[in-house]
Ligand binder design. Structure first.
Ligand code: KG4
Ligand code: ZN
Length: 352
């Protein structure tokens, strides 16, 4: 039966080398090798270092995913790969590996869009655990990651209508830059989240970006600059900058997080008001691991009687299970027809 095929997923769009085996929306294995330690001293991902590390790691990671799932290469019925958007050198490693595997196994190949896959993560479950039924469409999709921050009206897992997005930094990028200002290790999002829990969110009043009254776009650069002034002082000002001790650092984290998440809630609320037919909010991307975002979105959707699909913690950050899951969906819909073997990697998202 076609639906019983095992899909091998491969993800190398940025600084995680990942492979996974899934059956439909059930995850049999998910193996992720992060490169954080290789990029930490640069406070950001260095593309050349990233692609080199992917090339070294991809085969052991694929073998690891097969072993964790307890299956062999011959059991794989299709190969899915994240082929856009991302760092071109990084994407090419995954795309080349996926093509070679699909060709040698004689199975279909499918290229998957990374941002769409982030939203699919919240619809997946571990094998052996109960599946949640797919949401009714249209749903409202929110992607908050290190590279993307956008709202979508989702007419289906691959049919995303973009409603708005960031005009400057992505939310995760703002977290990472604030973390760098505070002297926290890269990627600092999780550390800011953790410190915020011990800080006072009312210690500093930071700007919540609204943009025009009807805007569904996001902007985090003003907030980031406000944090810079708190930490380094306002340029040209006479007053000395208070020492950045642990209390002040935690208060800055809490105040920043409060303003950043309030901006997300505001835009989500605006979007929901314009899309009365939506019954579910689906969230994805690295920042969907954020504790305050998860709490606030749970409250917001409960108050409105809406469903909420948040990825399990292991599926928020870049992973290959979401690629394999969406790959299965696409292949099943089109009768298991393969993408051509000249499938290319693209640095940008597909045009909406
Ligand atoms: O989805 P992802 O792995 O990569 C992209 O596709 O961009 O997201 C990584 C981002 C980083 O910016 C990281 O700091 C952020 O997600 N992040 C968090 C948390 N966990 C990861 N940001 C805030 N709070 C967290 N708990
Ligand atoms: Zn991502």
């Amino acid at each position: 039966m076609a639906e019983e095929r095992l899909i091998l997923g491969i993800e190398t769009s940025c600084d995680e080398t990942a492979a996974s085996v899934v059956r439909g929306r059930a995850i049999l294995s998910s193996v992720i090798a992060s490169q954080h330690e290789l990029h930490a001293e640069y406070q950001g991902v260095v593309p050349e270092i990233a692609s080199r590390a992917h090339a070294e790691r991809i085969l052991p990671i694929v073998r690891g995913a097969l072993a964790q799932a307890g299956v062999g290469m011959a059991d794989i019925g299709a190969v899915a790969v994240g082929n856009r958007p991302g760092l071109i050198g990084s994407l090419l490693v995954g795309v080349s590996a996926a093509k070679a595997l699909a060709w040698s196994l004689g199975v279909p190949l499918v290229g998957v869009e990374h941002v769409q896959a982030h939203l699919f993560a919240g619809l997946m479950h571990q094998a052996g655990q109960p599946a949640t039924p797919p949401p009714a469409w249209p749903a409202l999709g929110l992607v908050v990651s290190g590279g993307h921050t956008a709202l979508y009206l989702a007419h289906g897992p691959e049919r995303l209508e973009r409603l708005g997005g960031t005009i400057d930094d992505a939310l995760g990028e703002a977290y990472d830059k604030v973390a760098a200002l505070l002297g926290l290790a890269f990627p600092g999002g999780p550390r800011v989240d953790q410190l915020a829990q011990t800080g006072n969110a009312k210690a500093f009043t930071l700007p919540v970006s609204r943009l025009r009254p009807d805007s569904l776009d996001f902007s985090f650069s003003g907030l980031k600059t406000a944090v810079r002034y708190l930490v380094q002082g306002v340029p040209g000002a006479e007053e000395p900058v208070p020492t950045l001790d642990d209390t002040r650092r935690a208060d800055v984290c809490a105040s920043f997080q409060h303003a950043a998440i309030a901006a997300v809630e505001l835009k989500l609320t605006r979007a929901l008001e314009r899309a009365p037919g939506v019954g579910t909010v689906i969230v994805g991307g690295g920042v969907s691991a954020n504790s305050l975002l998860r709490q606030r979105l749970t409250t917001l959707t409960q108050r409105r009687g809406l469903g909420l699909r948040l990825p399990a913690m292991g599926l928020c950050l870049d992973n290959a299970a979401m690629i394999a899951g969406l790959g299965h969906e696409i292949l099943a819909r089109r009768g298991w027809a393969s993408d051509p073997l000249d499938l290319t990697a693209h640095p940008t998202a597909s045009p909406a």
